[in-house]
Design a protein around this ligand. Sequence first.
Ligand SMILES: Cc1cc2nc3c(=O)[nH]c(=O)nc-3n(C[C@H](O)[C@H](O)[C@H](O)COP(=O)(O)O)c2cc1C
Length: 198
Amino acid sequence: MITLENKRTPLYDINPLILERNSFRAYDSKAIPDDVLCSLFEAARWSPSSRNEQPWNFIVARTQQDKEKFYPFISPFNLEWCKQAPVLALLFANTLSSDGRTNPAYDFDVGTAWGYLSLEATRKGLVTCPMGGFDKNLAQEILHIPDGYVPSLVISIGYHGNIDLLPDRLKAKETKPTQRKELNEFLYEGDFKKHLNI
Ligand SMILES: Cc1cc2nc3c(=O)[nH]c(=O)nc-3n(C[C@H](O)[C@H](O)[C@H](O)COP(=O)(O)O)c2cc1C
């Protein structure tokens, strides 16, 4: 269990996993058992999607050789810490529906799949960090992803590690969870003119 300095306090009662999930960047080298790792993708598997198209796909890198294939396309500001994670995964979307037309919801649906995966990881005592900071064209080329598919996110997965090994700019972040806007800043009633006041 990670001790955080400023705890997150929900305004209403919610599943504690939602607050426990943070983007963590310090990783232990300890391997993730196969069944635990697979349970994360199982969670993603059961996420909802438009017309049940299930546009998500993952490429998992858990050997040094496979992880090194990811390094050239990951931005330097992410690579400096994410190399320590025992698993990196690329989440990429099938942009086409089963009828061959563009699926307008593919991006939305892979986002939901990421959310489910990250909550299951938290439940299993793992930490994750989603990364949009990578070269999508290069990822597509290196990992042999054909046209019609779009890389969305690189995800680091592992057990939480020693914060002291992180670059200085990231150390404080690791123990201070991000906070959120107030509910009434994004909640409206009836139309966009009136905030919901409860
Ligand atoms: C689509 C997406 C892309 C992100 N890209 C990066 C990234 O490249 N590097 C990074 O360190 N964090 C990245 N993050 C993490 C966010 O900074 C983080 O989710 C946000 O600050 C909220 O903090 P929390 O995840 O700890 O609750 C990304 C998050 C999302 C959802």
